[in-house]
Design a binder for this molecule. Structure first.
Ligand code: PLP
Length: 391
């Protein structure tokens, strides 16, 4: 016997993947340069040059140490480097023991969700949200609860969050800078959310944690502030990844950070280690941990993303599309003309313009475009954006 629900999960592709694969097939027919693929969030800026030199240096050292197992939570030097970096940037005190290295943000999120998935546990996600949250929650023992989007500016509708909370709420997933809107939750938004969660935690007699999913923390424009959420709400656990900030999504490296201020922090850390062990985590890639130990200060070259952001925002709004200008990450949400994002995306496909309907992000009536693309493709695609609007 084989688990039917997992067969279904394995066979069912996400809408984003389906569109991406459609694009590859279409490229074989009409030529790669005539397909305008805005589907995937794959970094289009290379890793900082220093990453390659660090790897070269590491390869000249002790091979056994470099490629060997590390403790489950990570190599001491890597935990220390991350702790120092977070301490310096946040003003909080983060110790190496607060860091648990993972194979990216996805397993970090799963570990925290499983650690908190007690009986009847509910996890709240604020739309628009990363679609995999639904999978991570519902296949790891939790109930997925969705808060409808504030489509005016993609901040958080606090009253709607309040309506979603119950005595079973274990955590609220907070992703800022946000995929898919590119919006950064303001200090004001996060303060209001923190105040609400404090009040409801007291009412229910247990903490409601914030799970801060922050793979885009450093991808911000115009020096926008990304507030340090544990400084606003103490029961915040951070899930981080270097997939985007160092442009190395295939290297699978990230971490969970549980600051000491979090209620039951040591116990939660143990449960995250236990959850990871239960799904077969041994340690995060050893060489990448050593890279991170020397690379916490490195930042991606944001200029290319920023240029794409401006080009697309300016061109699309000029044509008459409506969108909220992103302040971070490399995505943009655009209102689907006519209101039906699926129908619009199908029309766009006829122009070989691949736009992801945002229904799976909990935000019907919008489509997401990834702005981490070749700037030349943007220029080639603009007439298609115009044509599909006039259809
Ligand atoms: N969270 C968000 C909001 C994302 O956009 C992604 C990847 O696109 C992830 C988590 C997973 O990232 P990782 O590659 O580190 O697993």
């Amino acid at each position: 016997m084989i688990s039917e629900s997992l067969v279904h999960l394995g066979e069912k592709k996400s809408g984003i993947r389906e569109l991406f694969e459609y694009g590859l097939r279409q490229a074989a027919v009409v030529g790669k340069e005539n397909v305008y693929d805005y589907s995937l969030g794959n970094p289009s800026v290379p890793a900082p040059e220093e990453v390659a030199s660090i790897i070269r240096e590491l390869l000249e050292g002790d091979s056994l140490a470099l490629h060997g197992y590390t403790p489950a939570g990570g190599a001491k030097e890597a935990q220390q480097a991350v702790a120092d970096d977070l301490t310096q940037r946040s003003g909080d005190t983060i110790r190496p023991e607060n860091i648990f290295f993972t194979c990216g943000a996805a397993p970090a999120l799963v570990a925290v969700l499983r650690a908190l998935a007690v009986e009847d546990a509910e996890f709240v996600a604020i739309a628009p949200y990363f679609p995999e949250y639904q999978v991570f929650v519902s296949y790891n023992g939790g109930k997925f609860v969705e808060v409808p989007p504030d489509t005016k500016n993609f901040q958080v509708d606090i009253a709607a969050v309040e309506r979603a909370l119950t005595p079973h709420t274990q955590a609220v997933l907070v992703n800022s800078p946000n995929n898919p809107s590119g919006v950064i939750y303001s200090r004001e938004t996060l303060t209001a959310l923190g105040a609400l969660l404090e009040r409801k935690s007291a009412e229910y007699g247990h903490p409601i944690y914030i799970i801060a999913d922050e793979p885009y923390r450093e991808l911000v424009y115009d020096n926008a502030e990304v507030p340090y959420i544990p400084g606003i709400y103490r029961d915040t656990v951070i899930c981080y990844s270097y997939s985007k900030s160092l442009s190395m999504p295939g290297e699978r490296i990230g971490y969970v950070c549980i600051p000491d201020s979090v209620t039951d922090s040591a116990k939660l850390h143990a449960a995250v280690a236990g959850a990871s062990r239960a799904f077969g985590h041994v340690c995060a890639p050893s060489m990448m941990q050593r890279v991170i130990a020397r690379a916490t200060g490195l930042r991606p070259d944001l200029e290319a993303y920023d240029k794409n952001r401006h080009t697309l925002y300016n061109a699309l709004t000029e044509m008459g599309y409506e969108c909220v200008k992103p302040e971070g990450a490399f995505y943009m949400m655009v209102k689907a003309p006519g209101g039906d994002a699926h129908a619009f995306s199908e029309r766009a496909k006829k122009e070989n313009l691949l736009l992801v309907p945002a229904d799976s992000f909990g935000c019907p009536g919008f489509f997401r475009i990834s702005t981490c693309v070749d700037p030349a493709m943007i220029q080639r695609s603009l007439p298609a954006f115009r044509r599909v609007l006039q259809d």
